[in-house]
Design a protein around this ligand. Sequence first.
Ligand code: PRT
Ligand code: MG
Length: 208
Amino acid sequence: MLTIAVSKGRIYDDALPLLAEANIIPIDDPKTSRKLILRTNHDDVKLVIIRATDVPTFVEYGAADLGIAGKDVLIEHQSDNLYEPLDLKIACCKLMTAAPTDAPEISGRIRVATKYVKTAERYFAGKGIQAEIIKLYGAMELAPIVGLADCIVDVVDTGNTLRANGLEPRELIMNISSRLVVNKASMKMKHQLIQPLIDQFEKTLAQR
Ligand code: PRT
Ligand code: MG
């Protein structure tokens, strides 16, 4: 049995064509089904549909053999128990700082709202900036507007969400794409199942 952890939404949408090229086709559709375990055209392959931030946890503990997770989520999760064999180059975006448009650069201690607490801590520490990190679970863009923080750290794609809330992108922390992650024990025990899958993904990506 092979279990693949994927989050609903953009990663699932971008992962479907890759999986299809590897002849893995879900039978249930997560958009219409409330099932958290999706059967596929193979009796021994299933997809588990979970929150994006939970994918590394499921794979780390072997609850899923493989997973697809954003690099933003992976650098925040930080696990030594995951192989990351492939950059799938899907669900691409940028992890950035953002602040109210035309707000002056702040000197001294700043307050930063983000769900990427560890990543933000590392980033500002690396720049020698004293930052108080405020953990939020969503709607980060609101924080500077209501005076909760001076700036935010979040992923940006088109920048429309920032602009709609009077913010502008400032510094690029990292270019983000989704990665294939594999449980270390599964990689050994189920090598004959997993390696061909990795090879097929690689082939598809090379043709893109
Ligand atoms: O939504 P949920 O709370 O369940 O979890 P999630 O937000 O972590 O999941 P999801 O599916 O939204 O994102 C999964 C992964 O997609 C992330 O971990 C990123 O690696 C990647 N990704 C790519 C993005 C975006 N693009 C993106 N634009 N994740 C989030 N966004 C959000 C961003 O947070 C902001 O709210 O979209 C908004 C910005 O988009 P623009 O186009 O307005 O800039
Ligand atoms: Mg989201």
